[in-house]
Design a protein around this ligand. Structure first.
Ligand SMILES: [Zn+2]
Length: 376
């Protein structure tokens, strides 16, 4: 991946490029940031720049033998670690990344901004969680202790290293403490707090912020052919998250569905109608995990906007024409007394869904609590 293919993040790109050009590449990096900000694409472009044999001042050449292999993610000096688990097609005692390398390449080549749950769906993990086990750290150590094949450097990208178990973390720590020569580790994390502090302290931290409004709107016009008005609207809904942009553009996030269901849910909460709440909870529980989260995130956004509307700042609220029929009517019921508790319940439901809790219980529990918080 070229730096020029990354949306925004100009300061970070320039910083990474300069460390290579000035020969100051640390042996371990921790790139962290929220979903859709582009930490993994940045890691891929950084790795390619390190491995490029004819690098330019501002980017990899894109055409040398190294770049050619990097374009297909088959460079022998580029290694990956990412969470996996048993699936129907890969069912054996110890499952490792290499069992899924073809799928991994396909996933990244389709969309390097892909999110963790999309990866799990890509390899049909069903309801299992992906993990990084001890065998993985052992194998990585084995690969990195070999001499590099084609480049001076070897690069290892570890995606979502917070999914390592304790043993795997300790093994990785050993590797970071005594790194093989000419090796660069790039850890790419959304939750760096979940890593061992001793691992974090070994890495050069790179915070990847949400993509700026300007860069995202420009990308929407240049890459997706949106006119300016639609680009600004999508950019506002997405909030600097390119995963969300793709949901919105590709229609996998159904804003109308979310709006209608959130409106139904709030009305049933308001009426304290238990049979309606049960019916809605069942319906939401039947959605797939990604759509469940998308619904809950939509609810969070509506709460934020309702609160702002409640306090009369109509000019800074971004709502679509469709939402204008609901949000202003809902706003009087969201206030400083209940907004934190309402937000807490939605966030808690998102966490429970991510942990694979039973959807029917999560949604009904949440609905009952929201109902108690919304006073008529
Ligand atoms: Zn090159």
């Amino acid at each position: 991946m070229l730096f020029s293919e990354i949306i925004g993040q100009e300061l970070l790109k320039s910083r990474l490029i300069h460390t290579v050009r000035d020969n100051r590449v640390s042996h371990a990096w921790l790139m962290f940031g929220p979903e859709g900000a582009g930490a993994l694409p940045l890691a891929l472009a950084f790795a390619q720049y390190i491995l490029c044999t004819n690098r330019g001042e501002a980017d990899s050449c894109g055409i040398c033998a190294g770049c050619n292999k990097n374009n297909k993610l088959i460079h022998p000096d580029l290694h990956f670690v990412y969470p996996v688990n048993k699936t129907r097609s890969v069912d054996k005692e110890t499952v490792v990344c290499d069992d899924f390398i073809a799928e991994w390449r396909g996933f990244l080549l389709k969309n390097p901004y892909g999110r963790l749950t999309q990866w799990f769906d890509w390899i049909d993990l069903e309801n299992k969680q992906g993990i990084i086990n001890t065998e993985e750290s052992k194998r990585l150590a084995g690969k990195l202790n070999l001499k590099s094949f084609e480049s001076d450097y070897k690069v290892a990208i570890l995606w979502q290293p917070e999914k390592m178990n304790d043993q795997a973390s300790n093994k990785l720590l050993k590797l970071l403490e005594e790194p093989p020569p000419l090796t660069v580790f790039i850890l790419v994390s959304e939750n760096p707090d979940q890593l061992l502090a001793t691992i974090r302290s070994r890495c050069m931290p790179i915070k990847v912020p949400r993509i700026s409004e300007k860069s995202l709107a420009e990308a929407l016009m240049a890459r997706h052919g949106l006119d300016q008005a639609r680009a600004i609207n999508v950019e506002r809904l997405a909030g600097g998250n390119y995963c969300k942009v793709l949901d919105l553009i590709e229609g996998s996030e159904d804003v109308s569905y979310n709006l209608n269901k959130f409106r139904d849910l709030m009305r049933s909460c308001f009426r304290k109608s238990i049979p309606e709440l049960i019916r809605l909870a069942e319906e939401l529980a039947a959605l797939n995990r990604e759509n469940q989260k998308s619904f809950l995130e939509y609810g969070l956004r509506t709460l934020r906007e309702s609160l702002v509307l409640h306090y009369d700042s109509a000019d800074i609220v971004y709502i679509t024409d469709e939402e204008k029929g609901f949000t202003p009517n809902f706003a009087p019921f969201v206030n400083g007394n209940n907004v934190l508790s309402l937000t807490h319940e939605l966030n808690k439901a998102i966490q429970d869904i991510e942990r694979n809790a039973n959807g029917r219980i999560v949604f009904l529990d949440m609905a009952l609590k929201l109902s108690a918080l919304i006073k008529n």
